[in-house]
Design a protein around this ligand. Structure first.
Ligand code: UD1
Length: 424
């Protein structure tokens, strides 16, 4: 098993380019299953999760080619040969569940083992299923003999429905949008997620001939169409990767120019960094994040669905808060168990007290290198940041979580002057 070794690094300096968004590209790839014609997705990040999604598309009968050099994936799902997703792929990546909507819409049946992925809470899919059911599908959830369950949805022809999501789930909004584009009639998704990845997916579906309106608001309206056609699309930049580099600049008191990013997508991170005294400038070339003062102030954060502070930036921001002057409160309202990094940060001499979904970060900690474990993707990124600021060496294990979602993070940080390497 490979590990990441990080040594205390001085102020990171230079320019870094953000890759295409992991959370946008996965549903875009799933959407290519909605047509038999060729689709080309560009600006694709080189990630384990993308490889898993490609294998998943192939398992349904699609032909897929990934030109990593050109960052392009071509998919042609001329014939769907099965409606069942293989367990070994779904276990590797929870986001596989977004293939359910397109497969159901295209074949009238979708069967998926209950998902794995990051262990941040139970992560149910009841809202996805509630939506399929409202659209006329018979939905069945079963435990098999190995106690790893599966869900199945069957329907001759999906029909438009009014669906209210009890909370604005990103995955459910995407899945239901993709099911609804080929349904008969109009579907309305109320309390829909408003994340930029939803807008990117809606834009792509519309390029394929769908009729989706309102993406980016909490009310999405989809008029079903009979057929979709192939279309090309470039993935939006990864706002969480961008945010992670912003935090790398902040925690090392560096000066980084981040290119290929959309500052509008990271407004809460910009606002919170500014509250701490970090300088964030929107320049013609990119977003420049720098620290010009010795002492940075504490601030409280509370995660919320977009456009609130992203839960996917909470572990990284909390890590930064351990190093600034004064205490802060971090509230996690999106996931019920997203504080696993705290145990690891404590090994690095951070002082944090967690009570339920609330943590008090003492601030002013002098972090020290330690042997730590990446418990999930963003926790792994947080530990890299901690390692950059900590005295001595930090050894991070279970780095497959990090490789799932960050395209070449060690190389990019090294180019900025970080002392970081992957060791087999
Ligand atoms: C997506 C992102 C993930 C991000 C999350 C929240 C991808 C591949 N992943 O995950 O990086 O952290 O959005 O921004 O895009 N829930 C239910 N029932 C459901 C579905 C969700 O109760 O059927 C709950 C979840 O348990 C969680 C909350 O809703 O507490 C948000 O989850 P959701 O928005 O669905 O996250 P994902 O789509 O899994």
């Amino acid at each position: 098993m490979s590990k990441i070794l990080v040594k205390k690094s001085g102020a990171l300096k230079g320019r870094v380019e953000v890759s295409g968004s992991k959370n946008a590209v996965l549903p875009l790839l799933a959407a290519t299953l909605l047509t038999g014609e060729e689709c080309v997705i560009a600006d694709v990040p080189d990630l384990k999760d993308v490889e898993v999604m490609c294998k998943l598309l192939e398992s349904f009968g699609a032909s897929v080619s990934f030109d990593k050099e050109k960052k392009k994936i071509r998919v042609k799902a001329e014939k769907i040969t099965t409606s069942e997703a293989p367990c070994e792929l779904v276990k590797l990546m929870r986001a596989s569940v977004v293939a359910m909507g397109p497969i159901l819409a295209r074949t009238g049946k979708a069967k998926v083992p209950l998902p794995g992925g990051c262990a941040i809470g139970d992560r149910p899919i009841n809202l996805h299923l509630k939506g399929f059911h409202a659209m006329g599908a018979d939905v069945e959830t079963k435990e098999d003999e190995e106690q790893s369950g599966y869900v199945q949805a069957v329907c001759k022809q999906l029909k438009g429905a009014e669906i209210y999501l009890d909370n604005p789930s990103v995955g459910a909004t995407e899945n239901l949008m993709m099911a609804a584009v080929l349904a008969k009639g109009t579907t309305v998704i109320e309390n829909a997620a408003e994340e930029p990845e939803i807008v990117d997916l809606a834009n792509y579906l519309n390029k394929m001939g769908a009729n989706v309106k309102g993406a980016g608001t909490d009310l999405i309206k989809i008029e079903g169409v009979k057929k979709l056609h192939g279309a090309n699309h470039a993935v939006i930049p990864d706002r969480i990767e961008a945010g992670t580099f912003m935090l790398a600049a902040a925690i090392t008191k560096g000066d980084i120019l981040i290119t290929n990013m959309l500052p509008n997508h990271v407004r809460p991170v910009i606002a919170k960094l500014r509250e701490c005294g970090v300088v964030v400038e929107d320049t013609d070339e990119g977003l420049r994040v720098s620290v010009k003062r010795q002492i940075l102030r504490a601030t409280d954060i509370k995660t919320l669905p977009y456009p609130g502070f992203p839960t996917d930036m909470q572990p990284q921001f909390m890590t930064f808060l351990t190093t600034v002057s004064g205490p802060s409160v971090v509230q996690e309202t999106v996931f019920e168990n997203r504080f696993m990094h705290i145990k690891e940060l404590k090994k690095m001499k951070a002082t944090i007290i967690a009570r339920g979904r609330r943590a008090i970060v003492a601030g002013g900690s002098k972090l020290e290198g330690a042997k730590v474990r990446a418990t999930d993707l963003r926790a792994g990124a947080a530990l890299i940041l901690a390692g950059l600021a900590a005295k001595g060496e930090t050894e991070i294990s279970d780095i497959y979580h990090i490789e799932r979602g960050y395209d070449g993070i060690c190389g990019k940080l090294t180019a900025l002057g970080a002392n970081i390497k992957i060791v087999p």
